[in-house]
Design a protein around this ligand. Structure first.
Ligand code: ADP
Ligand code: MG
Length: 344
């Protein structure tokens, strides 16, 4: 991990020295951040806005594999996955806290690399790191991030407002992160069996980037705001489109119909899926971690969204009794399940 460069043991700094080291250059982006790192608690003033809170825990070996995840990317992604949840509420993220536990396998240089990614995400999205906690662990790395955001009272969007006849929209494209993961897992397996073989990642930057360096769709929330569109329901796509659609259907007490030929899949993802003899549609439906947004809008908002290249209309909201269904390119109808859809 230290690639032969300097290795500074964390023990040379001590806990407080480490916290000071990791947080000394913080500059705030938000007027709502009244007090940040350095006291018993941070202070936030949301000036009459409503506050959104969300938290995520990332555990080494469960959520990430350091064999193919650079620490800087991991730091970046730890922040992004939380910001994505805030945007999915139609809110603007403003502050994050970050807690980490790490074994003595991690040097100061390794933590610095991780925090480089954290601060890159904070700067890009204009959020302030205002606190956290630091601990050692017996084994592995654990990361817990909490994000706070603000929203004009009543403007937040939940999962339960989808109405029959609404249009179902998704941002960006789907399945890429899953294919990136499949590729890296395959190369890892080959490497473990034959370490002399160099990993073959040639030409697969897109899908690898989708997994290791996801972005949160701040631009979509801004676009919706500019167009005066308030989605009736919204979620971010972390587990996979089918799983998220089923959540919206259940909580909104509706059904849905989506069209296979409308699912946005990048050409790079499609090509790689074919190479592995995977069905690109199944990857788009069930592959997780794309951190795109899925949302429903009233039909009268269609004209405002149709010209956006960032958003695809993939289907419509139906009655609960109709269930959740996908219509294939061949015109067949299948039930959507959390794993994709039931076997053809
Ligand atoms: P306490 O004993 O109250 O938990 P700490 O000594 O753990 O306080 O933390 C001191 C300050 O540093 C607090 O503001 C805390 O939020 C912040 N902090 C601790 N660990 C981290 C970290 N890993 N990243 C950012 N801020 C941190
Ligand atoms: Mg503490």
């Amino acid at each position: 991990m230290d690639k032969g460069i300097t290795r500074t043991e964390i023990s040379t700094l001590g806990e407080f020295g480490l916290i000071e080291h990791l947080t000394k250059n913080i500059e705030f982006h938000n007027a709502s951040t009244i007090l940040g790192v350095g006291d018993d608690a941070a202070i936030i003033d949301h000036f009459g806005k409503q506050t959104v809170v969300t938290t995520d825990l990332l555990v080494e070996g469960i959520h990430f594999d350091l064999m193919y995840t650079p620490l800087k990317h991991l730091g970046y992604k730890s922040i992004i996955v939380n910001l994505s949840d805030v945007y999915a509420m139609n809110a603007t993220p403003t502050q994050v806290t970050l807690s980490i536990a790490f074994s003595n396998r991690f040097s100061l240089e390794a933590l610095d690399e991780f925090y480089e990614g954290v601060y890159a995400a904070c700067n890009r999205y204009g959020v302030d790191l205002i606190g956290g906690d630091t601990s050692s662990s017996q084994k592995g790395l654990m990361i817990s991030v909490t994000a706070l955001g603000e929203v004009t009272p009543g403007e937040f969007v939940t999962r339960n407002g989808a109405k029959k006849g609404d249009l179902i929209c998704v941002s960006g494209d789907l399945g890429g992160a899953f294919l990136g993961l499949t590729l890296l897992e395959r190369e890892k397996k080959i490497y473990l069996e034959s370490p002399q073989i160099q990993p073959d990642l040639e030409g697969q930057d897109y899908i690898i980037g989708r997994l290791l360096k996801p972005e949160a769709r701040k631009d979509i929330i801004e676009f919706l705001g500019e167009q005066g569109i308030k989605p009736t329901a919204m979620m971010d796509i972390s587990d996979g489109l089918s799983s998220e659609l089923l959540h919206i259907c259940k909580q909104s007490e509706v059904g849905c119909v989506v069209y296979e030929d409308k699912l946005p899949i990048a050409e790079d993802s499609r090509q790689f899926a074919f190479k592995l003899e995977l069905d690109p549609t199944a990857c788009a439906l069930s592959g997780g971690e794309d951190y795109e947004l899925v949302f429903t809008i009233a039909q009268e908002d269609y004209d405002k969204i149709v010209l956006s290249e960032k958003v695809s209309v993939i289907g419509y909201v139906a009655e609960a009794a109709e269930g959740a269904r996908i219509i294939t390119k061949g015109g067949n109808t299948h039930e959507i399940t959390a794993q994709g859809w039931k076997a053809f």
